[in-house]
Design a protein around this ligand. Structure first.
Ligand code: G
Ligand code: G
Ligand code: MN
Ligand code: NA
Length: 254
């Protein structure tokens, strides 16, 4: 309850902000996107990780307001990056199923797009696999409507849910994000390579691109490349950064 109250204040006092983690094409080494990740800095300077406050925000329904703010901020920052010459970066935005269920979700999304001038083709919503598999008909219709706005869709934490393959084939999505749990010991154990390998092949067969999360080592990059994985993100390349630092980081790589 105290955390909930503090979160309410944090929203009013604008203590929430976004950091962005780069995503790279494994083939060319080019930066192709960024994922927006929410952060909360309390008055005394403490950082509260999203794992701690997102579940509370979801329970209380506050995630709708927070999620709207995240979508708007990410769209405005995408447009800002475009003005700095980085318009070709897709921005990934995590969305909760509570947001998707809200009747005004689509109008919030289209307002964020039109108010910011962000190019919808460079905005990608991340929906977790487990969410996409529940309420299948509702979610698949929602995804169709999101796609109709020109926005891309990624299935997050892929491999941790239980996808029905026939349903996956019908879903209007652009890519799969392999959960970082599968990337962890990709090099240390032969067996651990099998799932990422399978997900990459599945993505290729179904026409989705595949990105690996949580890449921390050169050996993981090499292994993923040899498996034909399209993209990767993780501490190996960069930690999530606020926009000014991101712009510096991007400029240094140009
Ligand atoms: O950034 P970090 O690794 O601490 O994120 C932890 C979890 O919080 C991840 O599962 C991530 O998807 C989730 N998360 C981060 N930012 C957002 C956000 O803006 N909205 C939602 N719904 N989840 C987020
Ligand atoms: O569930 P989701 O994919 O949205 O979560 C992304 C989370 O993973 C973020 O909280 C981010 O801070 C974290 N993350 C990003 N790269 C790495 C990494 O290389 N290693 C670890 N352990 N976590 C990472
Ligand atoms: Mn994500
Ligand atoms: Na994930």
């Amino acid at each position: 309850v105290r955390l909930l109250q503090a979160l309410r204040h944090a929203i009013e006092r604008q203590r929430l902000f976004l950091v962005y983690q780069p995503q790279l094409e494994l083939g060319s080494g080019k930066v192709c996107g960024i994922e927006a990740l929410l952060r909360w800095r309390t008055e005394d300077g403490q950082l509260i990780p999203p794992d701690r406050f997102i579940p509370i925000a979801e329970h209380s329904g506050m995630i709708v307001k927070i999620g709207d703010w995240v979508m708007r901020m990410a769209c405005f920052q995408q447009a800002e990056l475009a003005r700095h010459g980085f318009g070709q970066l897709r921005v990934g935005i995590n969305v909760s199923v509570i947001q998707l269920r809200h009747p005004r979700f689509l109008s919030s999304l289209s307002m964020a797009l039109s108010d910011s001038g962000a190019d919808p083709g460079f905005v990608e919503l991340e929906v977790t696999e487990s969410v996409a598999m529940e309420e299948a008909d509702f979610i698949s219709r929602m995804l169709d409507q999101i796609k109709a706005l020109g926005v891309r869709i990624a299935l997050d934490d892929f491999g941790t849910g239980f996808s029905s393959l026939s349903y996956l084939q019908r879903l209007n999505i652009d890519r799969l994000k392999i959960d970082r749990a599968f990337i962890n010991d990709i090099c240390s154990q032969d067996r651990a390579r099998r799932i990422p390998e399978l997900v990459i092949q599945l993505g290729q067969k179904l026409g989705f691109s595949v990105i690996a999360e949580g890449v921390e080592l050169q050996e993981q990059v090499d292994a993923l490349k040899s498996m034909g994985c399209d993209e990767a993100q993780g501490y190996f390349y960069a930690r999530p950064m606020e926009v000014p630092m991101l712009i510096e980081w991007l400029s240094a790589r140009k």
